[in-house]
Ligand binder design. Structure first.
Ligand code: HEM
Length: 316
């Protein structure tokens, strides 16, 4: 199997770390019917195809891995991981989630998802869901930036509807800690998941209008800054060191340390991950698998969209 040969070449140390992650992933998968071997028979090159398109895309746009990683998060927190964030407006039936405040002029990478989908449709038509493309892209993006690898669980099908109310309730940069914790708990993610997953802010960009400094340098509201000011392009644990220095970009990052309730909940986890990158990587991988398990459509539910931007016409 292609995935095993990739793992075999990594050496003993890495193998041990990944094995731990794999065990944990398998545990997380116990309650779902997703499987890391789902496409092995029908689309064995799926992982490689997604990887190649992302590798090409990031030559022109180095931010693409971060943007794709965030799409999986915004997909899974709204109606579960069903590819709903990818749907364009088809009014009156479908109102796109792309227009809600958390996504508008912010969520990006959609043309790259289209390119991945076309490449997959050429290789194995009608097999790989758009929701699974986001899950694979999220992992590959982290791996390409130097972060951990994990076995992505697959077999999600695509939804045929959006959920604007839920998209309007995505975690917000000005949410206090207790609200962030509640929004994560609502989808079965605990404090460790919250701290680990926000570690994705180790790469990618933020508009200064959302930062704690709030464009006080006189920049335009949409001016971009690095989320991780120290090692912006590398997926590492420097994000947590930034928090310890009081230098997180988003209020929702810093609250995990500064909120009065943090001392007994999230702050010890921030300290742990700041001091041990391997611990962070293992937990990040496990939490990504947990997030990817949020209410997937499986079996005969939903569909395999032909075009990630629209639901299939009846009869397809
Ligand atoms: C805990 C709640 C979270 C909040 C409030 C939050 C908020 C934000 C905000 C405001 C931005 C900047 C958007 C912009 O300037 O247009 C951002 C970027 C980003 N977020 Fe989060 N986020 C959260 C959790 C997560 C999670 C769980 C992940 C992934 C697992 C993630 C991955 C990213 C990435 C990679 C970027 C950079 C995207 C890019 O450069 O295009 N975030 N986030």
């Amino acid at each position: 199997m292609a995935a095993s040969s990739r793992f075999a070449s990594l050496g003993l140390l890495l193998f041990a770390a990944h094995f731990a992650v794999f065990l944990a992933s398998a545990g997380a998968a116990a309650g779902s019917s997703l499987s890391s071997t789902f496409y092995d028979a029908l689309c064995p090159r799926a992982h490689d195809i997604v990887r190649h398109v992302i590798q090409d895309a990031r030559v022109a746009d180095p931010r693409i891995p971060a943007s794709l990683n965030r799409l999986h998060f915004h997909d899974c927190f709204v109606n579960g991981c069903d590819g709903s964030i990818l749907l364009d407006d088809e009014l009156p039936a479908i109102q796109s989630e792309k227009h809600v405040p958390a996504n508008k002029n912010s969520a990006r990478g959609f043309p790259v998802v289209d390119a991945i989908k076309s490449a997959l449709e050429k290789a194995c038509p009608g097999i790989v869901s758009c929701a699974d493309i986001l899950a694979l892209a999220a992992e590959i993006s982290v791996e390409l930036a130097g972060g951990p690898r994990w076995r992505v669980l697959l077999g999600r099908r695509d939804g045929t509807t959006t959920n604007i109310q839920s998209a309007n309730n995505l975690p917000n940069f000005f949410d206090p800690l207790n609200v962030l914790q509640q929004k994560f708990r609502n989808v079965n993610l605990d404090d460790t998941d919250l701290v680990a997953l926000q570690g994705a802010h180790t790469f990618g960009k933020v508009q200064c209008q959302f930062t704690r400094q709030n464009c006080t340098g006189g920049q335009a509201r949409g001016a971009l800054e690095n989320l991780d000011r120290v090692t912006p392009k590398v997926f590492d644990n420097e994000y947590y060191a930034n928090l310890l220095r009081g230098r997180a970009q988003l209020p929702s990052d810093q609250v995990m340390l500064s909120d009065p309730a943090a001392a007994a909940t999230t702050a010890p986890i921030v300290h742990r991950f700041a001091g041990n990158q391997r611990d962070f990587f293992q937990n990040f991988a496990v939490s990504m698998v947990k997030m990817g398990n949020i209410s997937p459509l499986t079996g005969s539910a939903g569909e395999i969209r032909k075009n990630c931007r629209r639901v299939n016409r009846r009869g397809y």
